[in-house]
Write a protein that binds this ligand. Structure first.
Ligand SMILES: Nc1ncnc2c1ncn2[C@@H]1O[C@H](COP(=O)(O)OP(=O)(O)OP(=O)(O)O)[C@@H](O)[C@H]1O
Length: 619
């Protein structure tokens, strides 16, 4: 039987990235963006605006107003200077200047606020979808992804997608409009000076494109390494008890520190590259400024350029630099956002359990119905199953009658828990046929199948929730407290629960917790309440004292009177009680029968009993 705890792992890839400081207030289009990235941005835009037409129009309008006011400002300043030069009254131009400045700021702020609201809603939706999808994944896919990686989607990745929302849909187009409009106005003022400016910036923009390409590679490496760090840390926390017991805090801490060092090294490389951006733009600006001052001065002396136009041109040149610099810092946030977005896409691309099963059902097949009087509760016919090519069950044939106790025994690793997992539909066999309650496994909708089965896993997993919620897990009806206490009483746990600070409403897993044996009895009480046709019980090899084991055995016997109970048994007492025993060895069923029959005729079984693989502690 497998344990649910994952060992400390190294090298699992994934992404977890703290919110970065590159939330640029404004940014221009990402240089060097690929088609895939553009389609990602468009997808984000679609998700952001779906069902919010009015809000989207308001944001677009405000953004345009802000861009227009920004564009008008240098022109207004130029006109103001011309008016002052002529000795006319400057009042209206001063009003226009202040209006343009304040209008641009106010419209920009309001647009950003509205966009922020939409962005938060998008992130909320993304988080909810991530959590639901993670819960609905196949167990194997969920384990492969890793809990650290899945949690990172909710925290760091979501924050990075927020970057994408902040920068992508409004700031980038606004900066684009500002740059384009500025260039057009500069061209109208003096096309010769515009040509000088464009030449000076072309080299800078080319260099920036190269830097962005390098940055994308580096961010991917950084985010992968941070994901691995998060995964390793979560795995360490999951194993904290044993790490402490082995006094391994320092060793595990050192390993985590080494990984954190690698993250820092990669981040430093990315930051070095990032820091090139602003100086490159500044250099372009300096070159353009010097060239424009020299060129503009001589054109003014020639009489081709009035002073007001020259000043406006210089102001536009300075204004052109600002969005480009902001773009340079925004591009890095955008790159990280796109990488995070891809990680969400990769998660959502993993099929849910239900979708994965539907894909394997041949089209046109008419599912059969479950039979209430099916002759077997479970039937395996020639079932083969492997984990990633590693064979675990080999041509297994077994049957579990509709009533009574059936014990599954075998050495550790022989495939007992895997067999239970197949009955629950956690995995699907590679070949062969499984029937549950008379119906082929493939014909059962998972939800319906699991509603007929009560499952107690080996570690008696409980949720970090109240005793009540743990008992009612998965149920939509609400049994009375008396019913709950009666179920607890049947497993000998009622008194202990009454003594908890809030009784049934005590939250487990925090300040109050249960012992291993109590957890097992609570898990069994859940199975008692479930009133399922088939009970699967993965018996732990320890946990229960002889008094409680006897109680538990009585409960299991009672349950087995009118339903099928399939128990992975480690105790001779359980096996002796069983109506039928199935012996597994290295994934093969070597025999099935009663305890006494098997003792006589099955050497593997006799070995299990005499070798005390089946514990005799509580006989
Ligand atoms: N999630 C998994 N991924 C890959 N291999 C697995 C997984 N779970 C179990 N295995 C492997 O499958 C084999 C059978 O495991 P299983 O848990 O079914 O054995 P078991 O008979 O229940 O063992 P035990 O009595 O020790 O609990 C083992 O070799 C184990 O390493």
């Amino acid at each position: 039987m497998q344990h649910t705890e994952r060992p400390v792992q190294e090298g699992e890839s994934g992404t977890m990235k703290a919110t970065t400081s590159t939330d640029a207030a404004t940014a221009a289009p990402a240089a060097g963006g690929t088609g895939a990235e553009e389609s990602q941005q468009l997808r984000v835009l679609r998700e952001l605006t779906r069902g919010r037409a009015a809000q989207t129009c308001a944001v677009a309008l405000l953004a345009l107003v802000s861009a227009a006011a920004t564009l008008a400002l240098p022109m207004v300043v130029g006109r103001l200077l011309a008016v002052i030069q002529r000795g006319d009254s400057p009042t209206w131009w001063v009003v226009a200047m202040v209006g343009a400045g304040l209008g641009s700021a106010a419209a920009g702020a309001l647009a950003a606020y509205l966009l922020g609201l939409m962005g938060r809603e998008l992130i909320r939706g993304l988080r909810v979808r991530t959590m639901r999808h993670s819960l609905e994944l196949r167990l194997q896919d969920s384990r492969t992804e890793g809990s650290g990686n899945l949690v990172a989607r909710l925290t760091a990745d979501a924050a990075m997608v927020k970057n994408l929302v902040d920068i992508g849909p409004i700031q980038l187009p606004m900066a684009g409009i500002t740059v384009l409009g500025t260039l057009v106005i500069m061209g109208l003022l003096d096309w010769v000076l515009l040509s000088i400016t464009v030449l000076a910036f072309v080299v800078a923009v080319g260099l920036i494109a190269l830097v962005v390409r390098g940055l994308r590679r580096r961010y991917t490496a950084v985010q992968g390494e941070i994901g691995a760090l998060a995964q390793q840390f979560v795995a360490a926390l999951d194993s904290l008890t044993i790490i402490k017991a082995c006094r391994a805090e320092r060793i595990v801490g050192d390993r985590l520190a080494a990984r954190a060092g690698e993250v820092a090294r990669l981040e430093t490389g990315a930051a070095r590259m990032e820091s090139l951006m602003v100086p490159i733009i500044n250099l372009g600006q300096q070159i353009a400024l010097v060239s424009v001052v020299i060129g503009g001065g001589s054109r003014m002396l020639d009489g081709h350029l009035p002073l007001a136009d020259f000043i406006s041109f210089l102001l536009y040149l300075l204004q052109l630099t600002a969005p480009l610099i902001m773009a340079a810092s925004g591009v890095s946030g955008l790159q990280m956002g796109l990488v995070a977005r891809k990680r969400f896409e990769a998660l959502f691309a993993l099929p849910t359990e239900t979708a994965a099963r539907a894909a394997t059902v041949p089209p046109g097949r008419v599912p059969t119905s479950p039979e209430d009087d099916a002759p077997t509760a479970v039937r395996f016919e020639d079932v083969v199953f492997a984990y990633d090519g590693h064979p675990v069950l080999r041509n297994v044939d077994l049957t579990v009658p509709p009533h009574g106790l059936t014990a599954l025994v075998g050495l550790s690793g022989s495939g007992k828990t895997t067999a239970l997992g197949l009955v629950e539909g956690f995995m699907e066999p590679d070949s062969g046929r499984i029937e549950v309650l008379g119906r082929p496994l493939a014909d059962w909708p998972l939800d319906e199948l699991r509603s007929r089965i009560a499952y107690v896993d080996q570690s008696s997993t409980l949720l970090q929730d109240t005793v009540r919620e743990n008992l009612l897990l998965g149920r939509t009806d609400e049994p009375s407290d008396a019913d709950l206490m009666a179920a607890l009483d049947r497993v000998g746990l009622a008194e202990e629960i009454r003594r908890l600070p809030q009784g049934l409403d005590t939250v487990l897993g925090g300040a109050a917790d249960l012992s291993g044996g109590q957890r097992q009895r609570l898990a069994l009480a859940r199975a008692v309440l479930a009133d399922a046709r088939l009970v699967l019980l993965d018996e732990p090899s320890s946990h229960l004292d002889s008094v409680n084991e006897r109680k538990l055995r009585d409960v299991v016997d009672e349950l087995a009177v009118d339903r099928a109970v399939l128990v992975v048994a480690h105790r001779i007492s359980t096996v002796q009680h069983a109506d039928r025993v199935i012996v597994l060895d290295a994934g093969r069923v070597v025999d099935q029968g009663t305890h006494m029959n098997l003792l006589d005729r099955c050497p593997d079984y006799a070995d299990l009993v005499s070798g005390q693989v089946l514990s005799t502690v509580s006989r």
